[in-house]
Design a protein around this ligand. Structure first.
Ligand code: NAD
Length: 502
C-alpha cells in the first residue's frame, strides 16, 4: 500500500489507477498548485487516449467478472461497509491532501471527509433493498414484474472544490447498484481521489470496479464521455461544461446527470430572527470562500429591514479572519485557482460600474504573501439585471437585493437561469411554505442554509442541471428497470394480434 500523504507527493507526479493498480501515465504533466502559497507542489498527468480507453475497458471487464457481477446484493453492501471503515481510518489524511490542492479550510474538508463513510454506509444499507415490482396487468395468466439492474460503466467527472465528497455522491450509489466506475477528477485537484483508490482495493473490490484517469477536460474528460463503453455520465461542474458533456454524450445516446452551478437566493424577511438570518447569509456565501455550488450569492432583504440587515452583514463580514486554511481560527482561506481570483476582481469591477454599492471588501488582503486570497466582498443596492446577480462567481462575493412583498420576491428570485438551491428566513411558517411552493429551486432551506444530507435528494432545475444525487433517487439514477413478462396460460394465440391488455 502506498499511503499517499502531502509529504510523499510533494514534487512528484501522481499515478493513475487502472484495473486495480496504480500505473504511471505516459501523458504530459500538469502542475497542481497550493493556493496558500500560489506555488506548484505536485503534478497531475494528462492521460493519453489509450489510458482512457484502458480505464473504460477495465471497468467493462469488471462488469463481466463473476467476482463482481455475481456478488449478491448483500455481499456488495458488506464490501461497502468494509470500505467505509477503511475510509474512516484514513479521513484525516484524505482531508489534508485535499486542503493542499484546493486551499479550503481544513475543518471544512475534514467534515466532508468524515461524511464519506457516512455515504458508504447509507448506500451499503440500500444495496440489498434494491428491488423490482410485480405489476397486475389485467391478464390472468400473465406474471409481469420488473427487476432493477446496474447500468454498467459509469463515468464520474468532478470539479476541484470538493473532489472526494462530489465523487462519493455518485460512487456510493453506483457500487450499491453493482456498477463499475471511472472517475475523472479536476486537473487542478486529483490527489484525494488518487489516494482513495488504494482503499477500494484494500476493501476487496475486484480490479476494474474503480478506476481513475486524470487530466484536462477537453482531452481526457471529452474522450471519456464520448467513449462507447460508457453507459452513463455523472457530471458535477459548470454549466458551460455541462452543455458540452450533454452534447458529446448524446453522440452515443449515453444518458447524463448534470449537477451544475447556481445563483441561489437566500431571503431575509422582515419577521425573521435577524441574528440567525444574518448568520445564515454569512455561512451561505463565505463558507468555503463561496466556492460552493449552493452559495447563497443573491441575498434578498425585505425593504423595511434592508438598511439594518445590510449593516449587520457588513459588521459580521468585517470580523471574518482570513489566512492559513489549516489554522483553526481562520474562517476564510485562499481561493482554489488563480483564475478565480481574477474572476472575482472582474466581477467587483463590473458590479461597481453597473451601480452596485461596495459596502465591504472588493480587494485582496495584505500580508498573506503570494497566496490566492481575496477579501470577503459585499455589494448592496444590487438589482437583478446586474451581472453580479445573474452570473455565478463561485467566490466570496455577496450581492444584496431589495424586495417589497412576497410576489415581488418570487418574481425577482425566479428571474434567473439557475434553479439549484434557495433559503428563506422567516418566523411565519405559512409564508415559508408558500415560498417553498413557488420558488424555482431543487432545494429549499427554511431558517437554515447549506445543510445537505446524504439521505436527502439534491440536484437542480433549469441551467443548474438535471438528475438527482443522494437519497433513494440516486439508486434510480444509477440503475435501470428491466420488465419481464411470463405467460403461463399454455395457450397458443393469434400470432397477428398484439397481446395488448383489454
Ligand atoms: P468545470 O466545469 O470547469 O470542470 C468540472 C470537471 O469537468 C473537471 O474535472 C474538468 O476537467 C471536466 N471538464 C471540463 N471540460 C470538459 C469537457 N469538455 N468534457 C468533459 N469533462 C470536462 O467546473 P469547475 O471549475 O471544476 O467547478 C466549478 C463549477 O462546478 C461551478 O460552476 C460550480 O457551481 C459547479 N459545482 C456544482 C456542484 C453541484 O452539486 N451542483 C457542486 C460543486 C461544483
Amino acid at each position: 500500500m502506498t499511503r499517499f500523504t502531502t509529504d510523499v507527493l510533494e514534487g512528484t507526479c501522481l499515478p493513475i489507477f487502472l484495473g486495480g493498480k496504480y500505473v504511471a501515465s505516459k501523458g504530459p504533466e500538469i502542475d497542481s498548485f497550493d493556493p496558500k502559497t500560489g506555488q506548484p507542489w505536485c503534478k497531475i498527468p494528462d492521460c493519453t487516449p489509450d489510458e482512457v480507453d484502458a480505464a473504460v475497458n477495465a471497468a467493462s471487464e469488471a462488469m463481466r467478472d463473476a467476482a463482481w457481477c455475481d456478488l449478491t446484493q448483500s455481499q456488495r453492501g458488506l464490501m461497502m461497509l468494509k470500505l467505509a471503515d477503511i475510509v474512516d481510518r484514513e479521513a484525516a489524511r484524505l482531508a489534508a491532501l485535499e486542503v493542499r490542492e484546493n486551499g479550503k479550510l481544513l475543518r471544512e474538508m475534514e467534515a466532508l471527509a468524515n461524511a464519506l463513510p457516512v455515504a458508504l454506509r447509507y448506500f451499503a444499507g440500500m444495496a440489498d433493498k434494491i428491488e423490482g415490482t410485480t405489476i397486475p396487468v389485467n391478464k390472468p395468466d400473465v406474471l409481469n414484474f420488473t427487476i432493477r439492474e446496474p447500468l454498467g460503466v459509469v463515468a464520474v467527472i468532478v470539479p476541484w472544490n470538493s473532489p472526494l465528497f462530489m465523487m462519493m455522491r455518485a460512487l456510493a450509489p453506483c457500487l450499491a447498484c453493482g456498477n463499475a466506475v471511472v472517475v475523472k477528477p479536476s486537473e487542478h485537484a486529483a490527489t484525494g481521489v488518487i489516494a482513495f483508490a488504494e482503499l477500494v482495493v484494500e476493501a476487496g473490490f475486484p480490479p476494474g470496479v474503480f478506476n481513475v484517469v486524470t487530466g484536462l477536460g477537453h482531452s481526457v474528460g471529452d474522450a471519456l464521455i464520448r467513449h462507447p463503453g460508457v453507459d452513463k455520465v455523472d457530471f458535477t461542474g459548470g454549466p458551460a461544461t455541462g452543455r458540452l458533456i450533454a452534447k458529446g454524450a448524446a453522440e452515443n445516446l449515453t444518458p447524463t446527470a448534470l449537477e451544475l452551478g447556481g445563483k441561489s437566493p437566500n431571503v431575509v424577511c422582515n419577521d425573521a430572527n435577524l441574528d440567525a438570518a444574518v448568520t445564515g447569509v454569512i455561512s451561505g456565501i463565505f463558507a468555503a470562500a463561496g466556492q460552493t455550488c449552493v452559495a447563497g450569492s443573491r441575498c434578498f432583504v425585505q425593504s423595511d429591514v434592508y438598511d439594518q440587515v445590510v449593516e449587520m452583514i457588513v459588521e459580521r463580514t468585517r470580523d471574518i479572519a482570513i489566512g492559513d486554511p489549516c489554522d483553526d481560527a481562520v474562517q476564510l482561506g485562499p481561493l482554489s485557482l488563480w483564475s478565480q481570483v481574477e474572476k472575482v476582481a472582474e466581477f467587483v469591477q463590473s458590479a461597481t460600474s453597473q451601480g452596485a454599492r461596495l459596502v465591504h471588501g472588493g480587494g485582496r488582503p495584505e500580508g498573506l504573501g503570494d497566496g490566492w486570497f481575496v477579501e470577503p466582498t459585499v455589494f448592496a443596492d444590487v438589482t437583478n439585471d446586474m451581472r453580479i446577480a445573474r452570473e455565478e462567481i463561485f467566490g466570496p462575493v455577496l450581492g444584496i437585493l431589495k424586495f417589497e412583498n412576497d410576489d415581488d420576491l418570487i418574481e425577482q428570485a425566479n428571474d434567473s437561469d439557475f434553479a439549484l438551491a434557495s433559503g428563506i428566513w422567516t418566523r411565519d411558517i405559512n409564508r415559508a411554505l408558500r415560498f417553498m411552493r413557488r420558488i424555482h429551486a431543487g432545494m429549499v432551506w427554511i431558517n437554515t442554509y447549506r445543510s445537505p444530507s446524504i439521505m436527502s435528494p439534491s440536484g437542480g432545475f433549469k441551467h443548474s442541471g438535471y438528475g438527482k444525487h443522494n437519497g433513494f433517487p440516486a439508486i434510480e439514477e444509477f440503475s435501470r428497470i428491466k420488465t419481464v413478462v411470463i405467460d403461463h396460460s399454455g395457450i397458443s394465440q393469434d400470432p397477428f394480434v398484439m397481446r395488448v391488455t383489454k
